[in-house]
Write a protein that binds this ligand. Structure first.
Ligand SMILES: [Zn+2]
Length: 701
């Protein structure tokens, strides 16, 4: 999932705004006066955004100032709660703007984003570095046990305090200056890292002029390579690059072993050629700064600092969870290696299987074993049927009811709106679906909120949620027919949607999907489990022309192929997660050599040479450029919880078990971030998760 993140607390570097326009009818200036409080898309114009952002920041700054300068003793109500409730105008406009910037972008929207983003960042800093405000929060936090707070209030206070501290609020003035300096250097080093990867990726071009070298490649792959070559000025040749979409098909289908080797090596040695794009020194610098920052903030290592804000909490718990899965994955990968080696030998190729042979023989094995053809399945996956399938599933599990509503304000004609009702007909929330690609939309699929659930003055504000996808658009002849991957994506995103829809928190920032990074993918991955269950498929997998339910034979094929090549997939993934953890548990960077470090780390876990870690250090952007440092484990972590949660349904012998579903709803989905996620989970499951369920799903045990 790509979840939209907007900055919740914001600041004011007001740019004098000469309003030519009278903004008195700006729809963001007041609560939305619409059915169910949805955004009035029919009235919102682009000229409304900037004035609304500016008004929103100004209002919130005034609210913050009044909390900070209050002469009364701090109480939960006059400080913590007021901080939480501040900035409502800003939130209203941010939620709409940042959603539409991903689904209805154009130059003007980009310009507004460029203008407003640094202002929002500064606004945010002004709140978290506000000393008077922090003093009040700290006083409450230090005395929290005596304040007689509810569990939810306590959680909110702790979350607020933590956010201040992690932003450096507890440091001395000198330390704050040092932190700002580290942050500045770090962000520029991270930027350089990313630029180097981009430059190195773009610089590699392998032209093929003899078509014989392309034996085995599908026609459309060859055509794309020919077009790329022509574009690069070599008409009649074929061009391959280190972009995954370009070289992976060669690894999968190309008979030419030398070409496979050359491309894989080019990809895996990026930014490690001692040239101007080399990232080894950049990594040294980044790690040095990250270790320094962690220590400044009172932690042993960067991982200790980062994980302190997650479900895993400590490096030890990440290692112990991953180690179990790792051993099983590696063992399976070794078995897969044998099968592939046999296939290669039978193919008349002498010698040992190499990394550049794995994909090629795995593809041959897949065809031999399962004979699964996607095109055969697609007619059974009509979009509307799959969506109805997921609606029916949540009706069965949670008693929800869905009503399509017409004449609602929408932001694009492809958007559909549904009212979601509980079993007793009370309103759960409003769901927007927006499933087709267009030029103004980002790629991928995600869930987001237009408004969040919260309770104030005894009124429970129900959320407005959106699920976005990029599925095939229907044509005059054919409806939108999904691939297997699409079906899984639709269920996955709906898992996020239901997490948002069922929320029952008092406070917005504890509501729905506002949970730790390594927990948020749990409800969504749980939902995926249902999509290939024959009892669920019987309801939605119907031929779009005849209405005939998918034959059992096809359903069986899907079930069997699910665990294919999972030893490789998990080994490749987890070796990267472990490498990330090893880097970020460093406590000392003196004399540290990047490639030596990587080698030691991978040797320690016994990675086999036929599998290359998914990202080698010099191009591991997730952890050295992006926000996944000490975080690459997160998907697997959530997957372990998801597999274990779903196992509870399976163990009961009824995948639609109402009692367990109600428990899952009440103890996890409704609770958002109102308590420690481990506590929530144990409350539902009665125990900590057992990684065995994931191993079973992946076919590793
Ligand atoms: Zn997701």
């Amino acid at each position: 999932m790509k979840k939209l993140i907007f900055i919740f607390f914001i600041t004011t570097i007001m740019i004098g705004c000469n309003k030519i326009d009278n903004q008195s009818n700006n729809p963001f200036f007041t609560e939305f006066d619409t059915p169910y409080g949805v955004p009035p898309f029919d009235k919102i114009q682009k000229k409304h955004y900037l004035p609304a952002f500016e008004k929103g920041m100004k209002e919130q700054q005034e609210e913050i100032d009044s909390i900070a300068t209050n002469t009364e003793e701090p109480t939960f109500e006059n400080t913590s709660e007021q901080l939480e409730r501040s900035g409502s105008t800003l939130l209203r406009v941010s939620n709409v703007f940042f959603n539409l910037q991903s689904t209805l972008a154009d130059e003007e929207m980009d310009k507004i984003a460029q203008k407003i983003t640094p202002q929002l960042t500064a606004h945010n800093d002004n709140i978290y570095l506000n000393e008077k405000l922090f003093k009040r929060i700290k006083k409450l936090y230090d005395n929290r046990r005596k304040l007689d707070l509810s569990a939810e209030q306590n959680r909110l206070l702790e979350k607020q305090y933590k956010q201040f501290v992690r932003s450096g609020a507890n440091l001395t003035e000198n330390q704050k200056a040092e932190l700002r300096e580290i942050n500045k250097e770090l962000s520029s080093a991270e930027l350089v890292f990313g630029q180097n990867v981009l430059a190195e990726t773009n610089s590699y071009k392998r032209f093929v002029s003899n078509e014989k070298e392309l034996e085995g490649l599908p026609v459309d792959v060859k055509q794309a390579a020919a077009e790329a070559a022509a574009e690069a000025g070599k008409k009649g040749a074929w061009l391959f690059t280190t972009q995954k979409t370009s070289f992976i098909p060669v690894l999968q289908y190309g008979k030419n072993r030398e070409l496979r080797k050359e491309l894989l090596m080019a990809y895996t040695t990026r930014c490690n050629h001692d040239n101007k794009n080399d990232n080894k020194e950049v990594i040294q610098k980044i790690m040095k700064l990250r270790v320094k920052k962690a220590k400044l903030l009172g932690f042993d290592s960067p991982a200790d600092f980062i994980l302190d804000n997650t479900m895993a909490k400590t490096p030890q718990s990440v290692y112990s969870l991953i180690d179990d899965v790792w051993e099983a994955a590696l063992e399976r990968a070794k078995k897969e290696r044998q099968e592939l080696q046999a296939l290669m030998t039978a193919d008349g190729v002498k010698g040992k299987l190499k990394a550049w042979d794995w994909w090629y023989y795995a593809e041959k094995l897949r065809l031999k074993k399962y004979n699964l053809n996607e095109e055969e399945l697609r007619p059974y996956f009509k979009l509307e049927n799959v969506r109805k399938g997921v609606f029916d599933l949540t009706s069965q599990l949670y008693g929800l009811k869905y009503q399509k509503i017409e004449n609602m304000p929408i932001y694009h004609p492809d958007v559909e709106v549904f009212k979601v009702l509980d079993a007793d007909d009370s309103l759960i929330g409003i769901l927007y679906t927006d499933y087709f690609p267009r030029a103004s939309k980002n790629v991928g699929a995600w869930m987001s909120n237009f408004t969040e659930q919260y309770i104030q003055n005894d009124s429970n504000h129900r959320p407005v949620i959106v699920n976005v996808g990029n599925f095939t658009k229907p044509t005059a002849e054919k409806p939108s027919l999904l691939t297997m991957d699409d079906v899984e994506t639709l269920f996955h995103e709906y898992g996020h949607a239901i997490h948002g829809l069922l929320a029952q928190s008092t406070y917005r920032s504890l509501s729905g999907t506002n949970v730790a990074r390594d927990f948020v993918e749990m409800p969504s991955q749980v939902m995926e489990y249902w999509c290939w269950e024959p009892d669920v498929m019987k309801g939605y997998a119907k031929h779009y022309k005849t209405g005939e339910v998918m034959p059992q034979k096809l359903m069986d094929k899907i079930g069997k192929a699910a665990t294919f090549n999972q030893g490789f997939a998990m080994t490749e993934l987890l070796s990267a997660a472990l490498l990330d953890m090893d880097f970020h548990t460093m406590t000392d960077t003196v004399g540290f050599d990047v490639m030596e470090f990587e080698k030691k780390s991978l040797n320690k876990i016994g990675l086999i040479p036929e599998i290359i870690v998914r990202y080698r250090s010099p191009f591991f952007k997730h952890i050295f450029e992006g926000g996944y440092s000490a975080g690459y484990y997160g998907y697997t972590w959530a997957e372990v919880f998801a597999a274990d949660a779903y196992a509870k349904f399976k163990e009961s012998g009824d995948i639609f078990n109402k009692r367990i579903a109600t428990d899952f709803r009440k103890k996890i989905l409704e609770r958002g971030d109102s308590d420690d996620p481990i506590k929530l989970y144990k409350d539902f499951r009665g125990k900590a998760p057992d990684p065995k369920a994931l191993l079973k799903k992946r076919g590793l045990k």
